[in-house]
Design a binder for this molecule. Structure first.
Ligand SMILES: C[S@@+](CC[C@H](N)C(=O)[O-])C[C@H]1O[C@@H](n2cnc3c(N)ncnc32)[C@H](O)[C@@H]1O
Length: 496
């Protein structure tokens, strides 16, 4: 079936989209090429930067395609034909992704994301110009969800609120089959078009709200970059789900758990409210504590009611009166709900056999976060092993090794003519880049764990080498156990 997007003339013609994708790839239209020609900040640019960026582009076939589909500027028909070839240009016309006359005028933006191509609506327009069913490309939250998704091979995956389809496309490369859902018909059209643009044939698209299109099916992977914004409006499908306070997020967490197969993972980008900013995470803790899953809550952003209202009405800042009115409407809404603090972040779930499940909370810095899927898998595998221990101290019988590069830093202070070590931190050098504090001696010891001896033996050997007293050895034992538990749960240590 060929779907047609009523107003934008875009058609999910799979054959034409596949041909077009091949023409783009033949030119190396990729993230790497764009960074090389326009600089590393090119992806953070907006339409106002286009006049500068276009002057950096070479007069080549690749330059033409970047000009048209990355910067969204018209190019001559002759240049487009030279770049895409006759078949490519015909495919462009068939998909409706550009208006073709004497000039080729792009109707959409096509972003390379890794080695995928993702078509979506243009740069976000001004408030009144942008439509409620606007479909975004690869936003900062799309990147966060992507970075926090385990990428092992699986049988099935479900992407709820697929938008441009980017998470479904990413999953389609390591899942046998993917189901992608959205309430927004335009989003599904883009997602379908994008699957074809990338030659992916294992994604099924279903329209409906949240988990309703998933029926009674179970999946090995669930992803959802939810329309999670706590908002009094129904302005944009991608932002406002139309539920009260953080109810959309609560439903997403519960729904993901309900559709998770044994051994499966869910990565969900959601938000949650709090009446007390000193206890910001009570609600997701309560949501996850009743699930038959281990869960990991990763707060990324937090703001008070006014800060939250300002962030999500940023597009109005040029119009003082409208911006002020929106702030009043939003803060009144939050005050009526008793909300003083709003957090946004990820909830990761893992379903496993067993009965003792746990929830943990770790803040994540957006700018520090890198690809963390493998770390997440290790962290949950370690938690399953820890849940089997009868006593905390049984960990001394285990053999552990460091699973990631780490950086150990000491705090030094001059004291009575000598330099004393007053503290230390260990930073995980990949994934979440979490920093752990601890006693310098215990941190030094865990940083040397290489799977060659049991933890208890490592402790005894170190105590003997340092000539520690019995009291000092007991202290080191407690610190080492605490730290090993912590680093196992963070995926920085692994059981051998
Ligand atoms: C923040 S966007 C995420 C898009 C994409 N998955 C990504 O990661 O870039 C949220 C998506 O949820 C969709 N959505 C909104 N309400 C929904 C609902 N009740 N059920 C399913 N999807 C919904 C929106 O249309 C939008 O595509």
């Amino acid at each position: 079936m060929i779907r047609r997007m009523a107003t934008a003339h875009v058609t999910a013609d799979p054959g034409a989209a596949r041909t077009l994708g091949e023409a783009f790839r033949a030119l190396d239209y990729s993230e790497g090429a764009i960074s090389r020609l326009l600089g590393d900040e090119a992806y953070a640019g907006d339409p106002e930067d286009a006049p500068v960026a276009e002057r950096r582009l070479p007069q080549t076939e690749l330059g033409t395609v970047i000009r048209a589909f990355f910067l969204q500027l018209p190019v001559s028909r002759r240049a487009a034909g030279a770049a895409l070839g006759r078949r490519g240009l015909a495919a462009l016309e068939a998909t409706g992704l550009a208006e073709i006359g004497a000039e080729v005028v792009p109707r959409v933006r096509i972003l390379p994301v890794g080695d995928l191509l993702v078509a979506s609506d243009d740069f976000p327009g001004e408030d009144d110009e942008s439509r409620s069913d606007y479909v975004a490309a690869y936003t900062p939250t799309s990147r966060l969800l992507d970075s926090l998704t385990p990428r092992r091979r699986v049988g099935s995956a479900l992407d709820v609120g697929t938008g441009s389809g980017v998470q479904a496309l990413l999953a389609a490369r390591h899942a046998r089959r993917v189901v992608a859902t959205d309430v927004n018909e335009r989003a599904l059209l883009y997602a379908e078009l994008n699957a074809a643009l990338n030659g992916l044939e294992n994604i099924e698209f279903r329209r409906g709200s949240l988990f309703e299109p998933a029926g009674g099916e179970y999946f090995d992977l669930v992803t959802c970059n939810a329309p999670y914004v706590v908002s009094p409006e129904n302005r944009w499908a991608y932002r406002d789900a139309g539920f009260r306070a953080d109810e959309a997020s609560e439903r997403v967490v519960q729904g993901a758990a309900d559709h998770l197969a044994d051994g499966g993972f869910a990565t969900l980008l959601v938000s949650w409210v709090a009446a007390d900013e000193d206890e910001p995470d009570e609600r997701p803790i309560a949501w996850t504590e009743t699930l038959d899953c281990d869960s990991w809550i990763l707060p990324i952003w937090g703001s008070d009611a006014l800060g939250h209202s300002a962030t999500w009405n940023d597009h109005l800042t040029d119009d003082r009166a409208r911006f002020g009115a929106a702030l009043d409407t939003w803060t009144d809404y939050l005050a009526r709900l008793g909300v003083r603090w709003v957090s946004e972040g990820a909830v990761v779930l893992h379903r496993r056999a067993g009965r003792r499940f746990s929830t943990r909370v770790d803040e994540v810095e957006e700018d520090e976060l890198e690809e963390a899927g493998a770390q997440i898998e290790r962290a949950f595998a370690a938690r399953a092993r820890l849940a089997e221990l009868k006593r905390r101290a049984d960990l001394l019988e285990a053999t552990l090794s460091l699973a990631v590069p780490v950086r150990l830093e000491h705090e030094l202070e001059p004291r009575r003519g000598r330099v004393a070590v007053t503290g230390a931190t260990l930073q995980i050098e990949e994934g979440t880049h979490t920093i752990v504090e601890g006693s310098p001696r215990a941190l030094e010891l865990v940083a040397t764990l290489d799977g060659s001896a049991r933890l208890g033996d490592v402790l005894q050997m170190s105590a003997a080498r340092l000539g520690l007293s019995e009291t000092e050895t007991s202290q080191l034992r407690r610190d080492l156990l605490d730290l090993s538990h912590e680093l196992l749960e963070l995926g920085a240590l692994r059981f051998c």
